[in-house]
Write a protein that binds this ligand. Structure first.
Ligand code: KIV
Ligand code: NA
Length: 264
């Protein structure tokens, strides 16, 4: 049976972890979904791993739509989530038009990076039938404002603000929250504070789901390898077995381990 936002909610209620991975083409999407991975993300990380840019900012709507179409064709029942690229949701009319394009291309949900300023945008999308995942913590589209790719929410003031933003965005209509590079105790607090499923990357084992960039979990990290990355191909004979092993490890909550986690 195809994974929907209801499936993710049920996982959360049952305390069962769920898995997510990025894909950018039909072949990977098929392998990832056939391995049982619950969510496929067409991440704007494609700007880095496919295009070779040093940030996600150059990625355009046309590119996201193209890769979403490719992924949707290969998908075999995972929930397809597409990133809205940098400045594609700067105004509500832009957000509606651009989200519509991604949904027409085969997305079931869109992901937006930001804090409380996104309330009205998320409300407008949600009211019109577009499920939204709100991405908090290290939001790579904000790298120039954050001054680098750094763990977020490390002091109590920033932690409180992140909890508040997650709650406000859920109240506005967000159907999922994604936390990137957040200390594990804070990610666990946010996961408790909201009803919506919370997906983590570099956020410890206390979130409802986990996500990684598929290239990273296959040992294809070029340059700096983040702490939260594990190479599953190193211990498995093929790409499809590595992806299945990742899915099992997430379900069993053996990934992420301590060594992949920011404690504070
Ligand atoms: O673009 C992406 O791949 C992402 C994940 C790292 C969460 O947003
Ligand atoms: Na992204």
């Amino acid at each position: 049976m195809a994974v929907t936002i209801n499936t993710l909610r049920e996982y959360k209620q049952k305390g069962e972890a769920f898995s997510a991975l990025t894909s950018y083409d039909a072949t990977f999407a098929q392998v990832v979904s056939e391995a049982g991975v619950d969510v496929i993300l067409i991440g704007d990380s494609l700007g880095m791993v496919l295009q070779g840019n040093d940030s996600t900012l150059p990625v355009t709507m046309d590119e996201l739509v193209y890769h979403t179409r490719c992924v949707a064709k290969g998908n075999r029942g995972s929930l397809v989530m597409a990133d809205m690229p940098f400045m594609s949701y700067g105004t509500i009319p832009d957000a509606l038009d651009n989200a519509a394009e991604l949904m027409r291309a085969g997305a079931h949900m869109v992901k937006l990076e930001g804090t409380d300023w996104m309330k009205d945008t998320i409300h407008a999308l949600s009211e019109r039938g577009v499920p939204v995942c709100a991405h908090l913590g290290l939001t790579p589209q904000f790298v120039n404002k954050l001054g680098g790719y750094k763990v977020q929410g490390r002091n109590e003031k920033a932690a409180e603000a992140m909890i508040e933003h997650a709650c406000e965005l859920e109240a506005a209509g967000a159907d999922a929250i994604l936390l990137e590079c957040v200390p594990a105790p804070l990610a666990a607090r946010i996961t408790q504070a909201v009803q919506a499923p919370v997906i983590g990357i570099g956020a410890g084992s206390g979130t409802d789901g986990q996500v990684l960039v598929v290239h990273d979990m296959l040992g294809l990290t070029t340059g700096h390898k983040p702490r939260f990355v594990k190479d599953f191909l190193a211990e498995n004979a093929s790409i499809s077995e590595a992806i299945a092993a990742y899915h099992q490890a997430v379900k069993a909550r053996t990934f992420p381990a301590e060594e992949h986690t920011f404690k504070a």
